[in-house]
Design a binder for this molecule. Structure first.
Ligand code: CP
Ligand code: NVA
Length: 310
């Protein structure tokens, strides 16, 4: 159905809308500071609205932040997981989309194959939000950008280094580089590079995106270091991959090569001692728990965008 605002990728919103979402997230966060987390914002802009959340993979932050986001916007959320819904017993995505569209006001889905998300959106007559697929994780990156702005980093020209696996979170970060005009230095082992299409599109949009095998080279002079788990949900626990990733651990020596005021980001859950050392994870440059909290404020802005309030 046309005219709906789905949020399947950052590009569905575009750079101007993402900038507006970041501003909205920070304004609303400040306005409700100190209040109980479940209390609705004064204007309750999504009063009476219900978000249906489909989880075909595990989640802590995404499920809690969307639920709390809906409460703060004056609405509510409910969860369908694959183990206890008919989707898990083989009901089609198309029928699930059409049924949920008669019952809720928006749908968020976390799934494996990105094509399932697209199919859901194709058959839905309410906005659909990508809560992570094997391809991308756009909601996470809105929260990351909120966190960087909150910490005083201006996005245009910012030098962000990604260390480790070329995964779904990185794909959305690359997309954001093109939209928000920051530069990305990506260090991965051979065979674990991100999808070339994301890189080509970000470069065409004017972002500097470099690929290297050398973690030190990527980190040198960077404003932000980012990493993620070496084994994503649904991937085999592979010793060979873990071995290849070892040189990309974000440790104190790597952090020291970045700018003195550089920040460390990680979407969580973290595997401390693998992709990041305990010293960096717990250290003063790590803003990972602000980043997690900002998932709430980012989701609120994404939801408001879907409902044309931004
Ligand atoms: N970062 C993130 O999406 O966390 P969850 O898997 O806990 O939702
Ligand atoms: N790359 C990770 C992100 C988890 C939020 C995964 O897909 O498991």
């Amino acid at each position: 159905m046309t005219g709906l605002r789905h949020f399947l990728a950052l590009g569905d919103a575009g750079g101007d809308a993402i900038a507006a979402m970041i501003g909205d997230a920070l304004d609303r966060k400040a306005a409700r500071s100190g209040q109980p987390r479940g209390r609705a914002d004064e204007d309750a802009p999504l009063a009476g609205h219900v978000l249906g959340m489909i989880f075909e993979k595990s989640s802590t932050r995404t499920r809690v932040s969307f639920d709390i986001a809906m409460r703060q916007l004056g609405g509510s959320a409910l969860i369908l997981d694959s183990g206890t819904s008919q989707l898990g017993r083989g009901e089609s995505i198309a029928d699930t989309a059409r049924v949920l569209s008669r019952m809720v006001d928006a749908i968020m889905i976390r799934t494996d194959d990105h094509a399932k998300l697209e199919e859901l959106a194709h058959h839905a007559s309410v906005p659909v939000i990508n809560g992570l697929t094997d391809l991308s994780h756009p909601c996470q990156i809105v929260a990351d950008l909120v966190t960087l702005i909150e910490r005083g980093k201006a996005l245009p020209g910012l030098e962000i280094a990604w260390l480790g696996d070329g995964n779904n979170v990185l794909h959305s970060l690359i997309e954001a580089a093109g939209l928000m005009k920051f530069n990305l230095r990506i260090a991965t082992p051979a065979g674990f590079e991100p999808d070339k299409g994301f890189i080509d599109r970000a470069r065409a949009a004017g972002a500097g995106v470099t690929l290297t095998r050398d973690a030190g080279e990527a980190a040198t002079g960077a404003d932000v270091l980012v990493t993620d788990t070496w084994i994503s949900m649904g991937q085999e626990h592979a010793e060979a991959k873990l071995a290849a990733m070892q040189p990309y651990q974000v440790d104190a020596a790597l952090m020291a090569r970045a700018k003195p005021d550089a920040l460390f980001l990680h979407c969580l859950p973290a595997h401390v001692g693998e992709e990041v050392s305990a010293e960096v994870f717990e250290g003063p440059q790590s803003v990972v728990f602000d980043e997690a909290e900002n998932r709430i404020h980012a989701q609120k802005a994404i939801l408001r965008w879907c409902f044309r309030q931004i």
